[in-house]
Design a protein around this ligand. Structure first.
Ligand code: PGA
Length: 250
């Protein structure tokens, strides 16, 4: 078992800065890096910070490839509620990553299982994911891998839990998100060479502690990260409030 590195910083904007440092350093060192990227409220500040640095000429996305972690099933890419729209709004419209380098599962594919296989093939064909950036759901999910999902699964169609649907209701006009989504699997995430998980706010404090300090178990999907050798958790003080403090701070 490994111990994820835990970086606790002051507030959500410091989380964004620390996350952007990781991305900027990677792209500077490896201009053709392959990323896996999250959606949700947490990474919005990260994308804003990355866009700011891009405008300053610090990040060149022309050779970067990025795979989204997930997309809703049945939501057209051009609908406001899709994760494709989210990524355009927060990142892709503002950076020079070629459209052919941006991968998002097609939640309207007639053959969803075939779409999942193609997504895995696309990840493999570019040599796998160098850096996966994750959020964490209040129930411990990563991507849409909800509690109970076997750790061995690759990209698949997942059933979205009631809790997660409630947490995402804000982005659907009728407040009613779909009950399924395509998500990269836990095994896909674990093959990334490096993982950074971002967490902010009180509502993530308990689950972050369970994920990092509790047993590795499918009931808390993020607990699998204890089995990966290169994980960094970047949390603000609120999300990190229930984690054991480093010896130097006791
Ligand atoms: P959030 O979602 O950033 O909106 O809290 C995180 C997640 O569900 O992964």
């Amino acid at each position: 078992m490994f111990r994820p590195r835990v970086l606790i910083v002051k507030d959500p904007s410091s989380v964004a800065v620390a996350g952007a440092d990781v991305v900027e350093e990677l792209i500077t060192e490896r201009p053709d890096a392959v990323l896996a990227l999250p959606t949700g409220r947490t990474p919005i500040d990260l994308y804003r910070e990355l866009v700011r640095r891009t405008r300053l000429g610090r990040i060149d996305w022309s050779r970067v490839r990025a795979f989204n972690l997930d997309e809703w099933v049945g939501v057209p890419a051009d609908s406001e509620a899709s994760y494709a729209s989210f990524m355009n709004e927060h990142l892709y419209a503002h950076v020079n990553m070629p459209a052919t380098h941006r991968f998002i599962p097609n939640g309207l594919a007639p053959d969803l299982d075939g779409e999942c296989r193609q997504y895995e093939d696309a990840i493999e064909s570019v040599g796998g994911i160098e850096l996966a950036i994750l959020g964490i759901g209040r129930n411990g999910h990563i991507g849409f891998n909800e509690p109970g999902t076997p750790f061995e699964v690759r990209t698949h169609v997942a059933t979205v839990s009631a809790d997660t649907r409630a947490a995402n209701a804000y982005s659907f006009p009728g407040g009613d998100p779909p009950s399924s989504a395509i998500t990269v699997g836990i095994a896909t995430i674990m093959l990334a060479r490096r993982i950074v998980l971002l967490a902010t706010g009180d509502e993530k404090a308990l689950i972050l502690r369970r994920a990092l300090e509790g047993a590795v178990d499918v009931s808390v999907p993020a607990s699998v990260l204890q089995r990966h050798s290169n994980v960094t958790i970047i949390a603000d003080e609120r999300a990190g409030s229930l984690l054991p403090r480093p010896v130097s701070e006791r």
